[in-house]
Ligand binder design. Structure first.
Ligand code: MG
Length: 387
């Protein structure tokens, strides 16, 4: 095999598939603004290792195909047969004039196949006649009939398989010819029946088959869709007698302490409020009432950790945080790296997504008079899309 094998994607789109609704075969139904088939084709068209794409279509669907594919540069579509197995064989036969090294056979109804999955299949073909993506079963499997459970099937070693299923072209075309009329449900079954070795590589949940109306609804909802939201927080504490202050979880030596019910860490309080604000979860006082004696003298990192946990529970992820201290003293700069490191620890966020800044008010106001210190914070998050 040459170092860069010629790889053709064979997309099977000949099914009638009207179960999904919409009055036309599902591969031509619109999903997120374009026909399902166009999404599927683009997944391969944009893959650098795929040199050609052939779609197998139902002869009645030529107009739908032309409109779905538009100006994309594909091989002329091949007419399919009655059963899927026939359609694949006819597609493979259409490639005999200029045979590829590998062929990846893919269902048109799996539009969300990703580059990495395609790579896994291709890579495994260096060592095997075939390779298919599979996902281990996580649900308990039962055998049942007439509405009654008849037994539990051990799920060890059982996989749900997906496409693309990749094969050495010559081997799979020969297998399909020899297994004609066997009503096998996937190409790996054809390969297995012909005695080929087929590897299993990791599939992907996102590589779902869009079949039923609710699959379209789910795909339309886009599991990857998210909103970016922001929250802000502000906090002030007054100086009191003491020799250190806590700021963003770091003990900073100072001529005074900060007065407060907890450790008076204005940086962590402002940031906690920013996170709570972004997810619409009230403020720090709602979650940790100052009237509750258990928070007396508490280290404020637990407040921030709690807010971060609520973000995760809301299905969110913190993108960045930005804290500004407003004070004449103490000097924040020397402690900035330690503060960034501490926030990184508490939030599980890379340091480059954490900002600590400081400013004075030019001697004006309560911070200018060094009566106290203020902190403000902004956090941006991604959250599951609403609506
Ligand atoms: Mg506070």
């Amino acid at each position: 095999m040459s170092p860069s094998p010629q790889i053709t994607a064979l997309i099977v789109a000949a099914g009638r598939g009207v179960r999904a609704g919409g009055g036309i075969p599902k591969q031509y139904r619109t999903l997120r603004g374009q026909p399902l088939l166009a999404h599927t084709v683009d997944a391969f068209l944009t893959h650098p290792r795929i040199s050609r794409i052939l779609v197998v279509i139902h002869p009645d669907d030529r107009a739908l195909y032309d409109s779905a594919i538009g100006s994309r540069a594909l091989l002329p579509p091949a007419p399919g047969g009655d059963a899927r197995q026939d359609s694949v064989r006819l597609g493979l036969e259409a490639l005999t004039a200029s045979p590829p090294d590998y062929v990846l056979i893919h269902d048109a109804a799996r539009p969300f196949v990703d580059t990495a999955l395609i790579d896994r299949v291709i890579d495994a073909l260096a060592r095997h006649d075939g390779a298919i993506p599979g996902l281990a079963l996580s649900d308990t499997i039962k055998r049942a009939g007439k509405g009654l459970v008849e037994g539990t099937v051990p799920r060890e070693g059982l996989y749900r398989v997906q496409t693309p299923q990749g094969f050495h072209y010559k081997a799979i075309v020969a297998a399909h010819r020899s297994q004609q009329g066997q009503a096998l449900t996937d190409d790996a079954a054809v390969a297995e029946a012909a005695g080929l070795s087929v590897a299993m590589v990791a599939g992907a949940e996102e590589n779902m088959k869009v079949t039923e109306p609710e699959d379209f609804a789910r795909a339309e909802a886009d599991p990857a869709a998210f909103d970016v939201v922001v929250g802000q927080g502000f906090d002030v504490h007054q100086f009191e007698a003491g020799d250190h202050v806590w700021l963003c979880g770091v003990k900073v030596p100072h001529s005074h302490g900060l007065e407060g019910h907890s450790d008076a860490d204005a940086g962590l309080h402002a940031l906690t409020d920013a996170l709570l604000g972004a997810i619409g979860a009230g403020d720090i006082g709602v979650h940790f009432p100052p009237s509750d004696p258990q928070w007396k003298g508490a280290a404020s990192d637990r407040f921030l950790a709690h807010a971060a946990k609520l973000v995760v529970e809301a299905g969110g992820r913190i993108l960045n945080v930005d804290v500004t201290f407003i004070c004449e003293r103490p000097k924040i700069g020397p402690h900035r790296p330690a503060m960034v490191a501490r926030l990184s620890e508490i939030l599980g966020l890379p340091p480059q997504r954490i900002s600590i800044k400081a400013t004075t008010t030019e001697g004006l106001g309560f911070t200018g008079r060094r009566e106290g210190l203020a902190a403000q914070a902004i956090a941006s998050l991604r959250l599951p899309r609403i609506g």
